[in-house]
Design a protein around this ligand. Structure first.
Ligand SMILES: [Fe+2]
Length: 439
């Protein structure tokens, strides 16, 4: 294994290893709530979903939960003195530690953190009357697969140690479990969602984050201190397993009347993604491989018409996917292509018109989206296409068993950690026609 930096503003890394099963990486440096909807595409999926839904309930329109209605009050942001926002002790102690995949195949990790006092090799930005703390990004490359790695960030007496487990080598029948969280924010409900995800007996190994992180923009002048509190809030999970980022409407932070005309400025400075590895020109859309999945992150809030970089990249990307190597083709976006809720109704329609045909053509297995702040699973193209609908907060898991089958479950917050409100088995669209899945 070797360590290197892909970003010009990252710092020096060194490493040592205990043995081949685990490695110790020591980095020393100079210095809303869940909402997700789910859309399955294609006639193959329609058949599968129809069979499953038929087993659950004999009707055309799926299920709208009658047993749950959300309380009328909107959960407030947790106060600034909440324990989840606490600063770690020590001078210049690193905080807001987070990791994400750092290459295309899963052998790289980007480690990021913030220090308040000493700069080192860093990224900073100003946003109106806010100056960011010192933001550090370091890309570790060529890690061993399936290995627990320990890492330490910071300097002097204020170093902090964390760990993560690298994924198995990319392959067609590699089991792997993704957690699904989005529209998280930093309210009391946000804390419940993250706590439920952490205590779920189905252990997610990597989070596919479907957009809307801190909701700092709902404060006057987009109070960027709320980016810092959010970073400290989620550190307890994202320092230990990668979150695959997807930035969306609450990350735009567009305030030209106050001189802030660069969209996504706080997000792109704080959250690095390995977009160069998949040949894109923007961190807002990219792809990675992880275990048996090929994950394409799309930007609902960037141009996606036929002459745009995002469209041209996707047209080259979809034919590249080798389903013999990565059977599960997953698309992550923010704005759902289908939703029966009034809130945000049809906001994803133009993107659906543009891209759905290609998702069908290339047998995309599942599209994960957020934005609506309520749960829904849909099948297509039933006129009454809502398969399960409920205005609940929670999280989901997507367990890949092998190239044929995967198990998806929605865990709403109000049931207790182990109760699934909705679940469905997937048969891989590409492999379904050539092999029989066993469940
Ligand atoms: Fe949103």
């Amino acid at each position: 294994m070797s360590l290197s930096n892909t970003h010009s503003n990252v710092c020096q890394c060194s490493s040592n290893y205990n043995n081949t099963d685990s490695c110790y990486v020591n980095l020393r440096f100079a210095g809303s709530n869940m909402a997700m909807s789910w859309v399955g595409f294609g006639s193959f999926y329609l058949l599968l979903a129809g069979l499953i839904i038929g087993a659950l309930r004999s009707c055309n329109g799926g299920i709208s939960s009658s047993s749950y209605s959300r309380s009328s009050g909107i959960s407030d942001d947790m106060p600034l003195n909440s324990d989840v926002f606490a600063l770690p002790p020590g001078y210049n102690s690193p905080q807001q530690v987070h990791i994400t995949q750092g290459d295309n195949e899963g052998r790289g990790v980007i480690v990021s953190w913030v220090t308040p006092n000493e700069p080192g090799s860093i990224v900073t930005y100003k946003y109106y009357n806010y100056s960011s703390p010192y933001i550090h990004h370091c890309t570790i490359k060529n890690l061993e697969y399936n290995t627990k790695c320990f890492y330490e960030v910071g300097t002097g007496d204020a170093t902090r140690r964390f760990w993560f487990t690298t994924p198995p080598e990319v392959g067609p029948d590699v089991p792997y479990t993704f957690g699904l969280i989005g529209d998280l924010g930093q309210t009391f409900d946000s804390n419940r969602t993250l706590t439920h995800y952490e205590s779920n007996p189905i252990k997610g190994q990597t989070v596919l984050f479907v957009g809307d992180l801190s909701y700092a923009d709902k404060y006057p002048l987009h109070d960027k201190n709320r980016w810092d509190t959010w970073g400290r809030f989620v550190e307890r999970n994202v320092a230990y397993q990668p979150w695959i980022w997807n930035a969306r409407n609450h990350e735009i932070d567009f305030l030209p009347e106050y001189g802030e005309g660069e969209p996504f400025k706080p997000y792109t400075h704080r959250y690095f993604v390995p977009y160069e590895a998949s040949g894109t020109t923007s961190p807002l859309w990219y792809s990675i491989k992880r275990a048996s999945a090929y994950i394409i992150v799309l930007s609902s809030y960037s141009a996606y018409g036929k002459s745009t970089p995002q469209y041209k990249w996707l047209m080259k990307e979809l034919p590249k996917v080798n389903r013999s190597k990565t059977p599960w083709l997953i698309v992550v976006m923010h704005c759902p292509l289908y939703s029966t809720y009034v809130h945000r109704y049809m906001e994803g329609e133009t993107m659906r018109v543009m891209y759905e045909q290609y998702f069908v053509q290339y047998k995309v297995d599942v599209v994960f989206a957020g934005h609506v702040h309520a749960y829904e699973r849909t099948v297509n193209p039933q006129p009454k296409y809502s398969a399960f609908r409920e205005p609940s907060y929670g999280h989901a898991t997507f367990e890949i068993k092998n190239r044929n089958t995967a198990y998806y479950a929605w865990h709403r917050n109000q049931d207790g950690y182990s109760v699934e409100a909705d679940s469905v088995w997937f048969h891989n669209l590409y492999w379904k026609s050539s092999s029989v899945a066993s469940i």
